[in-house]
Design a protein. Structure first.
Length: 98
């Protein structure tokens, strides 16, 4: 259970929770680096790895602010460190209202 957080701003500290590479209960810390202008508001945020997708992105107070969706791959065998992507909670709110 998570408390819903406020809309994100660039520079905000976040944490990606999940089970990357089958290691359970991990956390990656980072900052919101970019917020897309599209309706889905894709965020570049805390570093994530395979297995974090679908996990929560929380702020420094433990409030849910997004959902981890992907890591940018340079090629199929090399991950781009620090390029975690998430859908923001404000985008999820607008989708649920539609």
């Amino acid at each position: 259970y998570f408390t819903l957080g406020p809309d994100l701003v660039v520079g905000q500290r976040v944490m990606a929770l999940g089970s990357p590479l089958a290691i359970q209960g991990t956390a990656s810390f980072g900052y919101v680096e970019n917020i897309g202008a599209e309706n889905w508001r894709i965020l570049q945020s805390a570093p994530i790895n395979p297995g974090n997708s679908g996990g929560p992105l929380v702020d420094d107070q433990g409030r849910l602010v997004g959902v981890n969706v992907a890591i940018l791959l340079v090629n199929p065998f090399q991950f781009a460190e620090g390029m975690g992507l998430a859908v923001s909670l404000d985008a999820i709110r607008s989708f649920v209202r539609a």
